[in-house]
Design a protein around this ligand. Structure first.
Ligand SMILES: Nc1ncnc2c1ncn2[C@@H]1O[C@H](COP(=O)(O)OP(=O)(O)OP(=O)(O)O)[C@@H](O)[C@H]1O
Ligand SMILES: [Mg+2]
Length: 254
């Protein structure tokens, strides 16, 4: 079976700074990967390259065996096929640190927007799924509220429901709880745990090492734009590890 997500020889530079220096990994269906590394190590850039919010300078991304086609025109590299890119992006559920909900739309409309207008699915089906997802993340009663009327934790759970409603093949989370107070963080982490238990394929950037240990099957440690360690939770948090990872773990994951 083809990996659900595959990244090959990914490079990205901003000006003089080479942020990603050749990243390779692939994820079988149902695997939960925690992506850890110190600030500036390239974690967000890697996630953004996977869905082409940033265009990698070199290397490829494959989703469920399908490679995102790239072309280089007058020295500028970019996705070659916009229709393919749209289709593949709709297979990636992305949840950011800031919730990025549409402030002028109710929570229910936020969740229904992409399935209705990008995926062009029937309204009745989408609404049924959207309401079920809002129940699942524990905010069914907020369907008709606007984002500003929700707490940060509720907004992030709405953002997770929105990402799930496109039926993504992979969920990408970029520090989904770092904007939240510690007492609210738990309600979002519990939702992510449920998704992990359901066997969803997820790539999760987090500074919360305890959570990474609890929820992940595999841990990738990024250091200065390269994968420095890649293994099971036991391997990466266990005894055999690089001095850099030891230092990172001793500093509490920052
Ligand atoms: N659009 C951009 N333009 C220029 N430089 C950028 C851009 N995005 C990221 N960088 C730089 O790339 C490096 C990696 O950034 P990135 O956001 O991927 O790190 P990170 O591992 O997510 O860090 P953090 O844990 O703080 O979120 C940093 O030095 C950052 O300043
Ligand atoms: Mg980041």
């Amino acid at each position: 079976m083809a990996p659900v997500l595959e990244v090959a020889d990914l490079h990205k530079r901003f000006g003089d700074t080479e942020v990603l220096k050749g990243i390779d990994f692939s994820t079988p269906a149902g695997q939960v990967i925690a992506l850890i590394g110190s600030s500036g190590s390239g974690k967000s850039t890697l996630l953004r390259c996977i869905n082409m919010l940033e265009v990698p300078d070199k290397g490829f991304v494959r989703i469920d065996g399908e490679e995102i086609a790239m072309e280089t025109l007058r020295g500028v590299r970019r996705p070659a096929d916009q229709a393919q890119l749209h289709r593949i992006r709709a297979e990636l559920g992305m949840v950011f640190q800031s919730f990025n909900l549409w402030s002028h739309m109710t929570i229910l409309r936020n969740v229904m927007e992409a399935p209705l207008h990008v995926q062009k699915r029937p309204r009745a089906d989408v609404e049924e799924q959207a309401r079920a997802l809002l129940r699942k993340v524990g905010i069914a009663e907020k369907a008709d509220a606007y984002p500003a009327e929700l707490s940060g934790g509720q907004q992030q759970r709405a953002a997770i429901a929105r990402a799930l409603c496109i039926n993504p093949k992979v969920m990408l989370f970029d520090e989904p709880t770092s904007a939240l107070d510690p007492e609210i963080e738990g309600e979002v982490l519990r939702v992510i745990e449920v998704l992990a238990d359901e066997g969803r394929t997820m790539l999760l950037v987090t500074h919360n090492l305890k959570f990474a240990r609890d929820v992940a099957d595999r841990v990738i440690f990024l250091h200065q734009g390269l994968i420095e360690e890649d293994g099971t939770v036991e391997e990466v948090f266990g005894s055999t590890k690089s001095p850099r990872l030891q230092q990172f773990l001793a500093a509490g994951g920052h």
